[in-house]
Design a protein around this ligand. Structure first.
Ligand SMILES: Cc1cc2nc3c(=O)[nH]c(=O)nc-3n(C[C@H](O)[C@H](O)[C@H](O)COP(=O)(O)OP(=O)(O)OC[C@H]3O[C@@H](n4cnc5c(N)ncnc54)[C@H](O)[C@@H]3O)c2cc1C
Length: 433
């Protein structure tokens, strides 16, 4: 491969107490939590609207549970969705257009500068700290600086660019498949089936619906890897949120793999729409109305931190002295990295567990924290804590921690966790039983 060496002196556009990279469920909560603690915050997002998978990813319903009093409760209320249970049986996907507006209002805080259509493409390091993040926005390149940076990019972009150790997928490197979610409107609610996922026993004409789908794959009506047709209800009667398309073996941190995956998924949407119209009672007159603006990414980099949490700990309901997310709960939900259905043909249940502060502190970089799906855990543990309720609670906790670090002039590694927990408790967040 040939190279070009490129040097440029760029403007430091502004200086902050906290920079939050990425405005998904974790990033928006991190930014608002830090701002509520009085920090001056930059929230930097590569797309043209905030929300991440909550908006552009077309992902819903908001799954998972966390302890009482977190921003997750505030957002569920703002998004006007009913309370969910642990696996989503009572879940309804939110309205994605409404979410774009509501979440924009949510981050519209006097202490937060929101940079949209602004991708972080590199970092400048000094010793073991991120001195500045480099942003590319419509032909402009500029730097932002802050004593504390939060990587909430989902992909761990900042940590990766800063040289932190990251891991992807399971031991053979394969990650969970990518999916493009879409909505169908015009479903007859009286007759149109709902199927929330692989644990659902809902029947179609007396046969378990998911067995029916499998039979359809054997009869050639559906491709084999689309055997689990998940049809979630939404807040709108007559609408279904379809979480079924699937492309395996895709690494979306490699740009050359993205378009072909996206096209493959968009072809599957056409096929699935015809399938449900032709085969499912109540779906005869439904219409494909919208899809995510970007391929939905379940899994990429995990940033290795001071502690690496495992699925065994989640299953046992682990407790930690340095807890900052309490009573997190969601099944270990591994969409098969190598084929159809769930990996190892099953899901694993967990007990409400804690996430310790150390999972949010990268091993070697002094002023960086992570939040959201890229925190420090194993491939299997990630498959539980990656859901949006838990990511929101993570973001809030890390946002408060970052604001405290900026105020006290200490690094995240040296922050007094006791004081962080006291501040969180004072904000109404439950951390202990
Ligand atoms: C198909 C699919 C179905 C799912 N189903 C559910 C479900 O039903 N319920 C549920 O709760 N969870 C579900 N999840 C999981 C959940 O959506 C994600 O794990 C969660 O959104 C992660 O939150 P996050 O804030 O860490 O990352 P994201 O939501 O991915 O947000 C990251 C943000 O960072 C931005 N960003 C990335 N890189 C950069 C950069 N270099 N510079 C600037 N900005 C950047 C992105 O544009 C994005 O806005 C699903 C995920 C997928 C893909």
């Amino acid at each position: 491969m040939s190279h070009i060496t490129y040097e440029k002196t760029i403007e430091i556009r502004d200086q902050y107490d906290v920079i939050v990279a990425g405005a998904g469920p974790a990033g928006i909560c991190a930014a608002v939590a830090a701002a509520r603690q009085g920090a001056k915050v930059a929230l930097v997002e590569r797309y043209g609207v905030v929300g991440g998978n909550l908006t552009v990813g077309f992902v819903g319903p908001i799954l998972g549970m966390v302890g009482k009093g977190t921003m997750r409760d505030e957002l569920v209320k703002l998004l006007e969705v009913p309370e969910n249970d642990m696996i989503g049986e009572t879940g309804r996907a939110h309205d994605f257009e409404h979410a774009k507006y509501v979440l924009s209002e949510f981050v519209n805080h006097e202490n937060i500068h929101v940079y949209l259509q602004s991708a972080i493409y590199d970092v400048v390091m000094k010793n073991h700290s991120v001195q500045g993040v480099l942003v590319s926005a419509k032909g402009e390149l500029f730097a932002l600086t802050a004593p504390v940076v939060i990587d909430a990019t989902g992909d761990g972009d900042v940590a990766y660019l800063a040289g932190e150790e990251t891991l992807k997928g399971r031991d053979d490197g394969l990650m969970q498949p990518v999916t493009l979610e879409f909505t169908l409107d015009g479903v007859d609610e009286q007759n149109g089936i709902i199927c929330i996922g692989d644990v659902d026993d809902v029947k179609l004409n007396g046969e378990r619906f998911l067995d029916y789908c499998k039979r359809c794959t054997q009869e050639g009506k559906l491709p084999g890897h689309l055997a689990a047709v998940r049809l979630h209800p939404t807040v709108h009667p007559g609408q279904r949120q379809v979480n079924t398309t699937q492309a395996n073996g895709v690494d979306t941190t490699k740009v050359e793999e993205i378009f072909s995956a996206d096209l493959q998924l968009r072809r599957q949407i056409q096929l699935l729409t015809s399938f449900v119209r032709e085969n499912l009672p109540g779906y005869e007159n439904c219409r494909y109305t919208a899809s995510g603006a970007t391929t939905g990414v379940r899994e990429t980099r995990r940033v290795m931190g001071e502690y690496i949490i495992t699925a065994e700990e989640l299953a046992a309901g682990a407790r930690f002295k340095d807890v900052i997310v309490h009573n997190a709960e969601f099944i270990v939900d591994i969409h098969n990295p190598a084929g159809p259905g769930q990996a190892e043909a099953s899901i694993q249940y967990v007990k409400p567990y804690d996430l310790p502060y150390r999972c949010f502190i990268p091993k070697t970089i002094d002023n960086l924290m992570v939040a959201g799906r890229c925190i420090s855990g194993t491939h299997r543990a990630h498959a539980s804590y990656r859901v949006m309720s838990i990511c929101m609670a993570m973001g809030e906790a890390v946002g408060i921690a970052a604001a405290l670090c900026a105020r006290q002039g200490c690094t995240p590694r040296s922050l007094d966790v006791n004081m962080l927990q006291k501040t969180m408790t004072k904000a109404g967040i439950q951390l202990f039983d």
